[in-house]
Design a protein around this ligand. Structure first.
Ligand code: WT7
Length: 677
């Protein structure tokens, strides 16, 4: 199967040479421990394997149920396990209605527009309740949507996005939010796969100082979906400025509707929440492979909600009093689990930020943090590296105070971790490095912030109730401290895992379970390890260090090097801001690494820096890691979501055509890099 997360042959040499050196521990601050949700060491015992699966009752009990479940885990059809069977609940009720008696006048959401001249909007739980109900009424009556139907959202980071999601959840409609940075064609593929008849979008949004016409993508999406046989009947369009249409693209008569024109019909209407079964689908979240069609991770209502609520409470340490800012986009799973569903289930105040973190300058996030008095901050290594690169001294200029910070999405280099800790967190915040995936619903590995020490660059042990292990290609465990990397698996089922791939049970089974299952007929969960597709190593202390996707390895003369460890070592050179390493075919060694580095502000390219990078790799990892070439580039080619496109760099380094680069956030850098070839 041609898919980047498939098992294929690329894992035939699972044992990656590991050259990481052990990092020193950092203790969680006493001030953090004093207020933390989870300080009881017994939790490790309670969620230990001897108490599986009953331990997850604790998470289920953080929710309100209409009917309590009778079977905690139905194991009859592995790996299609069912959690909390017999239970009935509603996700919207749990995120909104149940908070009204105590918190109706408290902010549920803070919307921070990108233009700094526009005021921040604050929406209370009461107002969220009213607006979710109105929109739920509109979906039912105007669109004719009912329980079990799907609807595709292609919405930017505006306040209406969580309103739409919660309104869908209220009436049992399955939402499928597509990241707004994706093209109309990508949106169409997801409309077709989900068989949506309604598309919900917005006219425009701000990004990097420009008000972007977003509605034009809806026209492409509908036309492309039509070609593939999926007819979209209605397009609902939210206005970035209510009452004013901000896109240039005209409306299509009879198909396109401005939500604000229709909504007054439903003013004051209250819609009873649907009593959903625990294993009913709450939403789809597509993850795209480099090839192959995107797959819709199908997430449940009961298991998912229990899992994101529990982990938001214990790992994110969210209390109702907290101002919580996750700077991800709701178009990714991080935003679903840890901007919307988890934080709102705990009655937090969750921040929605429209813009680019470094626009108009690298002080912006810290001004937002100061203004809203954010105390929990959550972002990705890519954003941290970008902020460190363009504004290393900015955080000190602002008077904010974080108690807790998260890094998620990629391995973080210890050097970058230390900047996050020292400069962003001002040595006062605890950090969790949370490793997980779209498919897993919530965190898999992380420290419990008040109970475990932090270790830069390591995600930590499995979170409560998750039992990870490293397996070699034969399925034999690589013991803790063996200093060998292999494939990380989760040995057990857990409530947050997706139910299946939408419409493709077979692909689900093959992708995540075929790799290590030896007996398809076995009913015993021990025979069904979840294959995550990441390389990792388990240190003697039981902390897992994630090396990246199994295909992110470079084979130099039969010696496998993780790209991440090379990149991490490159960052030890003080002039270097960002580094990306790619394999380049070499007639003798098979492959050699090429290192691309961008420099910190004010530093001029200099052959001495290239030499330093090369020397550092040789010193930190060994002569085997000496790069074929060190490229100094003005910036890395990046996707709209901020991931470095190593594929483009690899093509340039190999003297090949990098292909279509128009979807990059910064396609112009490609030509500049090519000049150095
Ligand atoms: C892949 C999943 C997790 C939600 C956002 C991304 C990588 C994720 C970490 C981390 C090292 C990480 C893995 C994983 N990854 N978190 N803390 N340390 N690597 O979701 O798009 O499904 O990507 O992101 O390679 O498999 P995703």
């Amino acid at each position: 199967m041609a898919d980047e997360k498939t098992t294929g042959t690329e894992v035939s040499e699972a044992q990656i040479a590991v050259h990481w050196k052990e990092e020193e521990y950092y203790e969680p601050p006493v001030s953090f421990i004093a207020q933390a949700n989870m300080t009881d060491e017994d939790v490790l015992e309670r969620f230990g394997e001897q108490n599986f699966p009953n331990c997850f009752k604790e998470y289920a009990d953080m929710l309100d149920w209409y009917e309590y479940w009778h079977t905690l885990l139905d194991e009859s059809n592995p790996p299609f396990w069912k959690w909390f069977v017999g239970g009935k609940l509603n996700a919207c009720y749990n995120c909104v209605d149940r908070h009204l008696p105590k918190y109706k006048n408290k902010a549920a959401l803070h919307f921070v527009p990108e233009p700094e001249g526009e005021p921040i909007l604050h929406m209370t739980y009461q107002e969220l309740y009213r607006r979710v109900n109105e929109f739920a009424a509109l979906l039912k009556d105007f669109c004719g949507l009912k329980r079990g139907d799907t609807v595709t959202l292609h919405m930017p980071m505006i306040l209406e996005l969580p309103i739409v999601m919660l309104a869908c959840a209220r009436i049992g409609v399955i939402h499928s939010q597509v990241f707004s940075g994706f093209s109309g064609k990508a949106c169409a593929d997801r409309i077709v796969d989900a068989k949506s008849k309604v598309l919900i979008t917005a006219d425009a949004y701000y990004r990097g100082g420009n008000l972007i016409d977003h509605k034009e993508k809806a026209d492409i999406a509908v036309a492309e979906a039509e070609k593939d046989g999926q007819h979209v009947e209605k397009v609902l369009i939210w206005q970035r400025y209510p009452g004013k249409y901000s896109a240039k693209t005209p409306l299509v008569e009879g198909r396109d509707f401005i939500v604000n024109d229709i909504l007054p019909r439903y003013y004051h209407q209250i819609v009873e929440p649907e009593r959903m079964n625990a294993e009913d689908t709450l939403f789809l979240m597509y993850t795209s492979g480099t090839t192959g069609k995107p797959k819709g991770a199908q997430h449940s209502t009961g298991g998912y909600m229990a899992y994101v609520t529990g982990t938001s409470k214990w790992i994110q340490d969210i209390h109702p009093e907290d101002v919580y800012w996750c700077m991800a986009d709701i178009g990714w799973i991080t935003g679903h689990s840890y901007i919307v569903y988890g934080p709102l289930a705990l009655a937090a105040s969750s921040v929605i930020f429209e813009g680019v973190p470094t626009h108009p300058d690298a002080g912006r996030p810290w001004r937002v943090a100061e203004e809203l008095d954010v105390n929990i901050f959550h972002t990705s290594p890519t954003a941290i590296r970008a902020l460190r690169r363009v504004g290393p001294d900015e955080p000190a200029k602002y008077n904010y105070s974080f108690k807790h910070m998260t890094t998620v999405g990629e391995p973080i280099e210890p050097e970058v971790w230390r900047w996050y800790y020292n400069v962003v967190g001002k040595k006062k915040a605890v950090i969790v490095d949370t490793w997980w995936q779209t498919e897993t619903g919530g965190f898999l590995c992380s420290t419990i912030p008040a109970l475990h020490k932090m270790k830069p660059g390591s995600a930590g042990p499995g979170v409560p109730g998750i039992y990870p292990e490293i397996l070699d290609d034969n399925g034999d465990p690589l013991p803790r401290g063996s200093n060998k990397a292999g494939n990380i698996v989760i040995r057990n089922p857990w409530p947050g895992r997706m139910l299946t791939i939408w419409g493709d049970d077979e692909r689900f089974l093959n992708q995540y379970y075929a790799r290590y299952n030896k007996d398809r007929n076995s009913k015993d969960w021990h025979d069904w390890p979840y294959f995550a597709g990441d390389g990792a190593v388990e240190a003697p202390d039981g902390y897992f260090r994630i090396l990246g996707r199994i295909d992110d390895v470079i084979n130099v003369a039969g010696h496998r090097l993780g790209t991440k460890e090379l990149e991490s070592a490159s960052l030890l050179v003080p002039e270097v801001a960002e580094a990306a390493v790619v394999p380049v075919p070499d007639p003798i060694k098979g492959h050699r690494p090429h290192v691309f580095v961008s420099l910190k502000p004010g530093i001029q390219p200099d052959p001495a820096i290239q030499q330093k990078v090369s020397d550092t790799l040789a010193k930190e990892i060994g002569p085997i890691a000496k790069p074929g070439k060190v490229w100094i580039v003005p910036d890395m080619p990046k996707t709209r979501s901020g991931k470095i496109m190593r594929r483009v760099l690899a093509a340039i380094a190999a003297g090949k055509d990098p292909g279509d680069v128009t979807t990059l956030a910064n396609p112009q850098v490609v030509d500049e890099i090519k000049k150095q070839a």
